[in-house]
Write a protein that binds this ligand. Structure first.
Ligand SMILES: Cc1cc2nc3c(=O)[nH]c(=O)nc-3n(C[C@H](O)[C@H](O)[C@H](O)COP(=O)(O)O)c2cc1C
Length: 191
């Protein structure tokens, strides 16, 4: 697929088919992060893969979905839950601009997933203390984000941002996500 088509369709997905993400896709996610650019090539990003169904179920109550929507619309129901979580962790013993490095890793990971038809939701609204314990993170390992993944059971599309929409995503009549984005003219100018 053309990269611009990939970028347009690689949206955030929040409802999933109850079908496991296979090992070869998980391998791709790890490789996408392993190959990521980072300051001074220091490579401080670490991953914890949560793919056993019983572990995925333990993570589910520790993440918060879709702050712009009421829970009955934005929170996946029992048969819509992600089937894989990837914890994105920073090794803070390594110096550098770790948040920039981590952002690049997240972009690579979610694009590699989407290239295999796997949708994702990067999650910052998470119970860090309880997840840190559950994931067995110690010492200099700092939990940055969780990424929820699975085969989407809805679509998502970019719509123009208007005075009415503002930045808030919403669901259409089919419960598909509409994600307002600012115009090219608003975000870029030529000197
Ligand atoms: C750093 C970061 C944290 C996010 N945290 C959450 C979250 O906790 N829960 C959630 O449902 N979505 C979360 N999102 C998804 C955003 O809401 C989503 O990216 C945004 O609405 C734009 O949609 P798009 O990804 O389809 O462009 C997060 C995204 C990023 C990049």
């Amino acid at each position: 697929m053309d990269i611009m088509e990939m970028l347009a369709a690689r949206r955030t997905y929040r409802r999933f088919e109850q079908k496991a993400v296979p090992q070869d896709v998980i391998d791709d996610l790890i490789e996408a992060v392993r190959l990521s650019s980072c300051g001074a090539n220091r490579q401080a990003v670490r991953l914890v893969i949560v793919n056993k169904p019983e572990d995925v179920a333990r993570v589910q109550p520790l993440v918060k979905w879709a702050a712009y929507l009421p829970p009955e619309q934005g929170t996946p129901k029992a048969d819509e839950q992600p089937t894989l979580f990837v914890a994105v962790v920073q090794d803070t013993s390594i110096p550098g601009d770790l948040d920039t490095d981590t952002g690049i890793s997240l972009a690579n990971l979610t694009l590699a997933a989407w290239a295999k038809g796997v949708g994702s939701c990067i999650m910052g609204a998470i119970d860090r203390p309880r997840l840190t314990e559950l994931l067995g993170l110690t010492g200099c390992q700092k939990l940055h984000t969780m990424v929820a993944l699975g085969y989407p059971s809805h679509t998502a599309r970019v719509v123009p941002m208007t005075g009415e929409t503002g930045v808030k995503y919403h669901l259409d009549e089919n419960r598909d996500y509409c994600v307002p984005k600012r115009s090219a003219e608003e975000i870029a100018r030529y000197l």
